[in-house]
Write a protein that binds this ligand. Sequence first.
Ligand code: SAM
Length: 192
Amino acid sequence: MTSRRTLAIALVHYPVLDKEARIVTSALTSIDVHDLARSGRTYGCSDYFIVHPVEAQRALVTAIVSHWTEGSSAKRIPDRKDALAIARPVASLEDAIAALGPGTEVWATAAQARSGRDLLSFARGRQLLSEPGPPVLLVFGTAWGLAPSVLDQAAEVLEPIVGLDEWNHLSVRSACAIALDRLCVRPPALPV
Ligand code: SAM
C-alpha cells in the first residue's frame, strides 16, 4: 500500500433515509461494528466513527468495543482487538469531522449516482489519497442510504460500486470493503 493521507471511515445512522425517503434514525446493527472495524483496520484507517445521536446506542457500541478490547473476547480472539480499537462512537458526523481536525474532507458514498453532482472515481480518489492533503473521512449510510444533506455537504461523492448490471444494492459491510480496496490498493501488478 502506498503512503497516504489520513483516511477514516464513518457509518452514519442519522440522517439517513427510510423506504419512503423520509429522514430517519436507524438502529445499530452490531455486526456493522465488527465488520467495518475489520475492513478499516485492514486498509490502515485511523478511525472508524459510528455515528449515532442516541446515547444508549453509543453506549452499546462502547460495550461491544470494550468487550472485544478489554474483556474475555480480547483474550480469546486477540486479532479482533486490533480492529475494534479504531471504533469510536460519536453523536454526529460533525463530531467525527472535528475529531479528525481542520480541513477534513468528507467523501460520501451511495449506490445511486445523484444528478447534477460530479462523482469522484476510485482511480482519482486513490491518486488524491496518495498525495499530501487533509484527512479524508469516507462516509457510509444505513437504512436506505445517506440523507441528501450529507451528500450535498460532502466535498466528494464517490462513484457507485457497480457490478454486472444496474442492480448494485450492496450491504454496507460489502460496500465498505470494496470501496476501501479500490481506494487503497493499487491494482495488483501480477502477471496475467
Ligand atoms: N441495512 C443495510 C445493510 O445491512 O447494509 C444498509 C444498506 S445502506 C443503504 C448501504 C450503504 O452502503 C449505502 O448508504 C452506501 O453508503 C453503501 N453502498 C451500498 N451499495 C453501494 C454501492 N453500490 N456503491 C457505493 N456505496 C454503496
